[in-house]
Design a protein around this ligand. Structure first.
Ligand SMILES: Nc1nc2c(ncn2[C@@H]2O[C@H](COP(=O)(O)OP(=O)(O)O)[C@@H](O)[C@H]2O)c(=O)[nH]1
Ligand SMILES: [Mg+2]
Length: 387
């Protein structure tokens, strides 16, 4: 289907502050063509690089080098479990992995039996890896029970048990991504700079790839740059964008977006919000107001509220999550900037303490740098032995 079919012409609705009239304006075909050309060139270059790599690998393996046939298939599969993604996560977690691993190795080899001192050392190591005091206590309680029940005698055997306990704390349920296949409204919240707008952009493209009709709402009317940033993401995802004038009431923009989503039968409405208003109370009030608008105007929509947290802020993420939980029903967490942190343990802490599942993690600024969270892969990456 061409981008110029009615459904996919990007629309921008500009609300006139005085008259309150929303004027819809489509992005020009030239603009769209330019973006598409850029994307096509980028894709071609990536594919060429992929087939070159495949050819090289095939040649090295001594195989007949008629390569380049399978490379183009990478795109769809690349989505949630690409090797590149986990490689980047791996690199990001390298520091925490290394320090956690080294410290654990020291404990596991330094102790000949599982005694109080062993548990104390372990406690210190976990806390220093940003797993947090409370979660560390929970994990150690778990470990003590497992050691007793399974009659474990060797400290080294505790490594597997530790991993098991962490994985258990981070399981997403089967319904975690239900919003994708329903008529839904995804509200994206979080403080300034954590990666909300980027996450909305990445999600929009993921959903479009699955054939969903996406509508994006720029409810961060506080900064003009935020709308520009989102417009670029919307273009890339061929999604419509609803925005208001700078400084206008975010709830009014949400109202417009909900009307547009219903009228255009959008599958998913993604709402990007501001991370800072004049003060915190103001921000929280604004969020409640926007929530009420959606509740009232679109009660039939499936609701998802994602709180975006910057993994590099450590324990501060927990405080942010507590504050947002007080005003809105957070249904999932997005941990961003996992590529730049030595504090991978924060994912375990935040989920364990708030009982809200981590649903996505981000490892970079590109669209492919967001993936559904996988507890098994994550904990394995955290504990992985170096090759
Ligand atoms: N390295 C890295 N940078 C990210 C990630 N997610 C977002 N960013 C960057 O963080 C900065 C703030 O992101 P933005 O989406 O504008 O944050 P917002 O204020 O919450 O909307 C931008 O420079 C993004 O490119 C991530 O997963 N990894
Ligand atoms: Mg933003």
């Amino acid at each position: 289907m061409s981008a110029f079919d009615y459904d996919y012409v990007p629309q921008v609705i500009i609300r006139d502050e005085k008259t309150g009239v929303g004027v819809s304006q489509s992005v020009t075909q030239e603009e769209l063509l330019a973006v598409e050309k850029r994307e096509a060139e980028k894709k071609a270059a990536e594919e060429a690089a992929l087939s070159a790599a495949a050819e090289k690998a095939a040649a090295e393996a001594g195989a007949d080098a008629h390569a380049g046939t399978s490379a183009a298939e990478g795109d769809e599969a690349a989505e949630d479990s690409s090797e590149g993604f986990w490689a980047r996560l791996f690199r990001g977690l390298f520091k925490s992995r290394k320090s956690l691993k080294e410290k654990l190795a020291f404990i596991f080899s330094g102790f000949s039996e599982i005694d109080d001192e062993f548990y104390e050392e372990l406690e210190e190591v976990l806390i220093s890896s940003d797993i947090g005091v409370r979660t560390t206590e929970d994990i150690l309680d778990d470990l003590r029970n497992m050691v007793k029940e399974r009659h474990i005698k060797e400290p080294a055997d505790c490594r597997e048990l530790l991993m098991e306990s962490m994985k258990e704390r981070m399981k997403t349920t089967e319904s975690s991504y239900d919003y994708v296949d329903r008529t839904s409204v995804v509200f994206v919240v979080g403080v300034n700079g954590v990666g909300k707008t980027t996450t909305v952009g990445k999600l929009a493209q993921k959903l479009r790839k699955r054939g969903k009709k996406v509508l994006i709402c720029a409810a961060d009317t506080f900064r003009a740059a935020a709308v520009e940033q989102l417009t670029e993401w919307a273009r890339r995802a061929n999604a419509d964008l609803i925005k208001g004038a700078e400084g206008s009431d975010p709830s009014a923009v949400v109202f417009d977006a909900v009307s547009a989503a219903k009228a255009r039968k959008a599958d998913v409405l993604l709402i990007d919000t501001a991370g800072r208003l004049h003060n915190k109370k103001n921000l929280m009030n604004e969020l409640s107001k926007m929530n009420s608008v959606i509740d009232r105007e679109f009660p039939e929509a499936y609701r998802e509220t994602l709180l975006v947290l910057d993994a590099t802020t450590g324990q501060n993420a927990i405080i942010q999550a507590q504050e947002f939980s007080e005003v809105t029903n957070i249904t999932g967490l997005v941990m961003t900037k996992m590529d730049g942190t030595a504090k991978g343990g924060i994912c375990v802490a935040v989920e364990n303490e708030l009982h809200i599942p981590v649903k996505y993690i981000g490892v970079g600024e590109q669209v492919e740098d967001l993936a559904r969270f996988d507890a098994d892969q994550f904990v394995d990456a955290l504990f992985a032995e170096e090759e």
